[in-house]
Design a protein around this ligand. Structure first.
Ligand SMILES: Nc1ncnc2c1ncn2[C@@H]1O[C@H](COP(=O)(O)OP(=O)(O)OP(=O)(O)O)[C@@H](O)[C@H]1O
Length: 199
């Protein structure tokens, strides 16, 4: 596999696992998404509406998401340029439609990872992290759970991790181990069991 996509609700550990992956193997690089709008800049490159339109016209936008009045996008170059240098881009996704759009738009072999936390752990993590918008995060957790339960889970994830049960370093090692191996997707029953299981 030449790239990794991490899907999960707020506080599932996407940033934490990305850091653990980079520490375990310097090939892993967080992909910088494009953002048009306002708010947090970490992990994003701000672009103007005109720049975004130009990239869209050039067919460069693999995924485009409109949320909270902002536009978020993945530029094809931000996937392919690191790959040309032997690096492994890591991208974070928050909904299945975007995940599928990303998979369909590239010839890249993505390692697809589901990170999961139960809602009470999400709340505790969000409060501990000092989020001012914990209620919004919990709404997003509900939306992510619904999104998954409404989706066809066949052939969607290669690795499934409950991050309240597995240390980030252990999850990173597992991903490094399967990255270059032909893996088969986790069966839908296994994915559902992870969503349903009590903390
Ligand atoms: N495997 C883990 N074990 C224990 N704690 C973890 C684990 N992964 C993440 N955490 C903790 O949970 C909190 C949220 O993690 P992180 O910011 O990585 O999640 P995220 O998925 O990137 O969240 P968001 O999408 O809300 O930005 C952090 O305080 C982190 O220390």
């Amino acid at each position: 596999m030449t790239a990794v996509v991490l899907y999960g609700p707020p506080t599932a550990g996407k940033d934490t696992l990305t850091a653990a992956l980079s520490a375990a193997d310097p090939r892993f690089r967080l992909l910088t998404k494009l953002k048009q709008g306002t708010g947090r800049s970490t992990g994003y490159r701000f672009v103007t509406e005109d720049e975004l339109s130009e990239l869209r016209e050039q067919g460069r936008l693999l995924v485009e998401t409109r949320r909270y009045g902002n536009v978020y996008a993945v530029d094809r170059d931000s996937v392919e340029a690191p790959q040309r240098r032997g690096l492994v881009p890591v991208v974070h996704m928050g909904n299945v439609a975007d995940l599928r759009a990303l998979l369909a738009a590239t010839t890249t072999q993505w390692l697809r990872v589901l990170l999961w936390v139960p809602k009470d752990v999400c709340e505790a993590r969000s409060r501990r992290r000092g989020d001012r918008d914990t209620a919004k995060r919990l709404t997003a957790w509900d939306e992510t759970a619904r999104d998954l339960l409404d989706s066809d889970l066949r052939d969607l994830f290669d690795v499934v991790v409950r991050t309240d049960a597995v240390e980030p370093e252990t999850a990173a090692k597992k991903i490094v181990a399967v990255l270059d191996v032909q893996t088969s997707a986790r069966p839908p029953g296994e994915v559902r069991a992870v969503l349903d299981s009590a903390p």
